[in-house]
Design a protein around this ligand. Structure first.
Ligand code: CP3
Length: 362
């Protein structure tokens, strides 16, 4: 099925007129939802959940059953790619992701190879196909990948890091080795995103969660340039818009707008009105409520959402706003606040376009 009942999200990304501001949330399927925790328990682990297409489909749909979200995002993880490279991904309870075999020396770098998306990563494209079928043309499905740099951070550090000491030591001492990792990652990410498009993804997002840890200059060379190459080498993308999200990338928006993406995701440190003045007619913007605003009461959630929408201002021809959080939703978020958020964004978005708040978003 190619026609969508609700394509507001895709139109906003293309900077076409929309009746209201579309919204989805990073990590919208996750631990703040009791039904997610129940399915995860049945799966046995987070990774088993990712690797079982029927269960990945089930949790992808859960937030859409509760809220009038304007897009679904494939339930998976950015670290499936280095896992498929043989680095041995595991999740230590309470410690986040880790790799059994981090890439620390020249020999390990030489061994890296691009995983075939139809091999080890087959469960991802199977999940995309299953989810597309289950969505039955209701809202678009977003596919995604980590950025070459952000994947390299986990591959070299072996897990999460506060200071990125290992990978930055490599960056300054052996930029050639880091360059080789980024080349492999860029080819892997491009093949992975192409495969998701082929399986049915209708938009793409590149998560550059750690680009903001780089110095100016290093960001352009080690994060932005590999992302530009990924986008330039995508084969399958024809109509599917692509979003790039560098967390902490507020200083580089103009440069991000020039790498061939359709939209830029921004974190909550950025003022959306000023961001729009900088890039607004070149790309759409996605963001950027502080996820912790959802920890307050419904009145504050409403006020903060309206502030973000007003900061962007009335979307006119040639501009596009997709409402999102500035980063992933916290596992401690009260689910009822998400309902308030979605309703407020739809209603106030209509008002900004000169329409009245109506019950049609309820
Ligand atoms: O947005 C969605 O709903 C789609 C699913 C999704 C997940 N991870 C599910 C997930 C997406 C798009 C991601 C991306 C991802 N994964 C990123 C980039 C975005 C970002 O947050 O910056 C990163 C850096 C990762 C790596 C990762 N995966 C980390 C650091 C963690 C641990 C987080 C924690 O709070 O423990 C994960 C696990 C993870 N990925 C969970 C979910 C729902 C929680 C796993 C669980 O159920 O225990």
């Amino acid at each position: 099925m190619n026609t969508l009942a609700n394509d507001t999200f895709l139109r906003a990304l293309r900077r076409e007129p929309t009746e209201y501001t579309p919204i989805w949330l990073m990590r919208q399927a996750g631990r703040y939802l009791p039904e997610y925790n129940a399915t995860r328990k049945r799966a046995g682990s987070f990774l088993a959940l990712c690797k079982t297409p029927d269960l990945a489909c089930e949790v992808t749909l859960q937030p859409l059953e509760r809220y009038r979200l304007d897009a679904a995002i494939l339930f998976s993880d950015i670290l499936t790619v280095p896992d498929a490279m043989g680095l041995g991904l595991y999740f230590a309870e309470g410690e986040g992701p880790k790799f059994e075999r981090p890439v620390r020396d020249e020999a390990a770098v030489r061994q890296l190879a691009v995983p075939d998306p139809s091999g080890e990563l087959r469960y991802v494209t199977d999940a995309v196909r299953t989810i597309r079928g289950a969505l039955a043309g209701s809202v678009p499905l977003i596919g995604f990948s980590g950025s070459p740099w952000t994947l390299a951070c986990y591959m070299v550090e072996g897990g999460a890091s506060d200071d990125f000491r290992e990978i930055k030591t490599m960056l300054y001492r052996r930029p050639d080795l880091l360059g080789r990792i980024l080349d492999v990652n860029a080819a892997a990410v491009a093949a992975y995103l192409d495969a998701q498009i082929e399986a049915g993804a209708q938009a793409l997002m590149i998560f550059d969660s750690w680009g903001g840890a780089l110095a100016d200059g290093a960001y352009q060379r080690f994060s932005l340039e590999p992302m530009r190459r990924v986008i330039a080498s995508l084969k399958r993308r024809v109509d599917e818009p692509l979003i790039v999200f560098t967390k902490g990338g507020g200083g580089w928006l103009e440069e991000m707008a020039g790498i061939g993406c359709d939209a830029i995701g921004v974190d909550w440190t950025v003022n959306l009105g000023r961001a729009r003045a900088r890039v607004g007619d070149r790309v759409a913007l996605q963001g950027n409520l502080d996820p912790m605003a959802l920890m307050a009461g419904p009145e504050q959630v409403r006020a903060e959402a309206i502030r973000v929408l007003d900061d962007f201002g009335a979307p006119k021809a040639g501009a596009g706003h997709v409402f999102n959080l500035g980063h992933g939703i916290s596992q401690f978020t009260p689910p009822d606040n998400v309902a308030v958020l979605v309703e407020t964004v739809h209603d106030h978005g209509r008002r900004l376009r000169g329409g009245g708040a109506s019950a049609s978003s309820l």
